[in-house]
Design a protein around this ligand. Structure first.
Ligand code: DP6
Length: 317
């Protein structure tokens, strides 16, 4: 018997960066995110003699997974059993496209299905959090909020709230990142003199962004999206030693997007712990935006997504 779970990546408009409690993996800053459709992690879990995790065909070192697998087993009454986990992403893994969000949410769903547990979404969201903070949000579709200090995320707006909302993912480098977001945010907290201000100023940005999202207002939401990721990166640039995920191609895209906005486009970018640039814009601007960005960075690959569904799970027939 095998349990399966499938979930889309959760891309934050307003960022979670830093922990309220490292032990509980609760966030220091609240985040507002969109769960992407079309991109997904699909994970299966089966009982075995020992634990193992295979992602896209490659066996993974267990250290990143063992505490999560232990917590899952405790919560689901599966202590003493080994779990063989296989997962595949239909998008680049560990390249800053939020694969840990979809991967851990899908795994929580697969393990719960295998255990025969009918858990409410809030419980699955809290379980997924033990794997990765962003996975807490991937359990829900549409637009999600994950408050500072919270144990679970929640739906902020449904999948159909903003029909012409699109995300263009600009993959400038496909290599896996060198430093995980988990390590990078802890490093920012421990060494950046600006980390405290980042945490203090985040609630106001989140509150305003929730209102702008409710109103589907690009001109209010866009500058807040930008402010959130640039402030987040400020804690990395000012860490000791500094942490710089950006590549020349990332910066070329950031500048081109400013040019596009100056011309009247409503295309607003964000970035995560990697060199990729993610752009939010209305559906009718996607083709023109991609054409302009592709001309600036000819080697880049572009993927387009709309808000998608939350976690799906079941037993493999
Ligand atoms: C930059 O969720 O990967 O993507 O909780 O330590 O697993 P852990 O961190 P993770 O961090 C996500 C950081 C981010 C911003 C965001 O998704 O809100």
């Amino acid at each position: 018997m095998r349990g399966w779970g499938a979930a889309g990546p959760s891309l934050a408009l307003i960022k979670y960066w830093g922990k309220a409690s490292a032990e509980a993996n609760t966030p220091a800053t609240g985040s507002l995110a969109v769960t992407l459709g079309a991109l997904e992690s699909r994970t299966e879990a089966a009982f075995d003699d020992r634990d193992s995790v295979v992602v896209n065909g490659a066996e993974q070192p267990l250290e990143r997974f063992s505490s999560f697998l232990g917590a899952l087993k405790r919560e689901l009454g599966l202590e003493g059993r080994g779990l063989a986990v296989t997962s595949a992403n239909n998008f680049p893994t560990a390249a800053g496209l939020a694969s840990s969000s979809s991967g851990f949410a899908a795994l929580a769903g697969a393990a719960a299905a295998l255990a025969g547990a009918q858990l409410p979404a809030a419980k699955l969201s809290a379980l997924a959090r033990l794997g990765s903070g962003s996975a807490t949000r991937s359990v829900y579709g549409g637009f999600t909020v994950f408050d500072a200090g919270a144990e679970a995320a929640d739906v902020e707006q449904g999948e159909d709230h903003w029909p012409d909302f699109r995300v263009v993912l600009c993959v400038v480098r496909e290599a896996a990142k060198a430093t995980s977001s988990r390590r990078a945010m802890e490093f920012s907290r421990a060494t950046s003199p600006y980390y405290g201000r980042w945490v203090e100023t985040s609630p106001a940005v989140l509150a305003e962004a929730r209102l702008a999202l409710a109103a589907c207002d690009w001109s209010r939401l866009g500058p807040l999206i930008r402010q959130s990721y640039l402030r987040m990166f400020s804690t990395m640039f000012t860490a000791a030693p500094p942490l710089i995920y950006w590549q020349p191609e990332s910066l070329a895209l950031i500048h081109e997007l400013q040019t596009l906005r100056d011309e009247g486009f409503t295309a607003w970018e964000t970035m995560d712990a990697g060199p990729q640039v993610k752009v939010f814009c209305p559906a009718d601007q996607v083709d023109a935006v991609v054409a302009r960005l592709a001309a600036k960075v000819p080697g880049a690959r572009f993927l387009t997504a709309a808000p998608g569904p939350g976690l799906r799970s079941g037993i493999v027939p």
